[in-house]
Design a protein around this ligand. Structure first.
Ligand code: COA
Length: 176
């Protein structure tokens, strides 16, 4: 049984650097296996995110933060300022380290870095991810609003718009 996070030593949340690229790539693709057989089959591919796609995300302004324990990154989460909002992008925790509070710790840390409204998009079928964000105060937006927001703030194919949902933090107005 894993020790509670507060009792663990040698942990920190830190910004990721170029040298972390391969570890970020590995964490994303290992954790993304959770989607296999869950998200629509035409959206699943392996690796889930190629190295080129990851490079494009970094070039587009996604900054990754990591949860490190004794020198090893166990989880990563990206943050991307876009127009008047901040997006949470690519939240992944190593499979063996999930369910121990690492994702929640990262989400809280990123939340504290911005005063702008935060939006996060995920697969409509990823019920565990939706629960995770709802547990942290995010609410799922209506289908019409998520379509509008995904087209405005994300650069994703139309098929991904169809199969995704958007959650917003508590600062997001009811009728924006
Ligand atoms: C979603 C994810 C980032 C959350 O990080 P985490 O460290 O596992 O989450 P925490 O431990 O802080 O929070 C646990 C909550 O997340 C959810 N959860 C998600 N995956 C879980 C898992 N494998 N085991 C237990 N809880 C999980 C549950 O709702 C849980 O709430 P509960 O404690 O009330 O049951 C991580 O589980 C993950 O990488 N999942 C696979 C990829 C994914 O879905 N990414 C989201 C992309 S938007």
């Amino acid at each position: 049984m894993a020790r509670p996070l507060r009792e663990r030593k040698g942990t920190m949340i830190r910004q990721c650097h170029d040298r972390d690229f391969n570890v970020i790539y590995t964490i994303i693709n290992n954790a993304a296996h959770a989607y296999k057989g869950i998200i629509p089959a035409d959206r699943w591919h392996e690796p889930y995110m190629s190295q080129d796609e990851l490079k494009e995300e970094l070039q587009a302004g996604v900054t990754f933060w990591g949860y490190e324990e004794e020198g090893e990154l166990l989880g990563v989460m990206g943050i991307q300022p876009v127009q008047d909002v901040t997006l949470i992008r690519h939240a992944y925790v190593r499979p063996a380290s999930q369910g121990q509070g690492i994702g929640g710790t990262l989400l809280t840390a990123l939340h504290q870095q911005t005063t702008r409204p935060i939006l996060v998009g995920t697969w409509a079928d990823a019920a565990w991810a939706i629960r995770f964000y709802e547990k942290h105060g995010f609410r799922t937006l209506s289908p019409a609003e998520k379509d509008r927001l995904l087209r405005r703030y994300w650069s994703i194919p139309e098929r991904q718009v169809e199969t995704s949902i958007v959650l917003a933090d508590s600062s997001w107005p009811e009728n924006k």
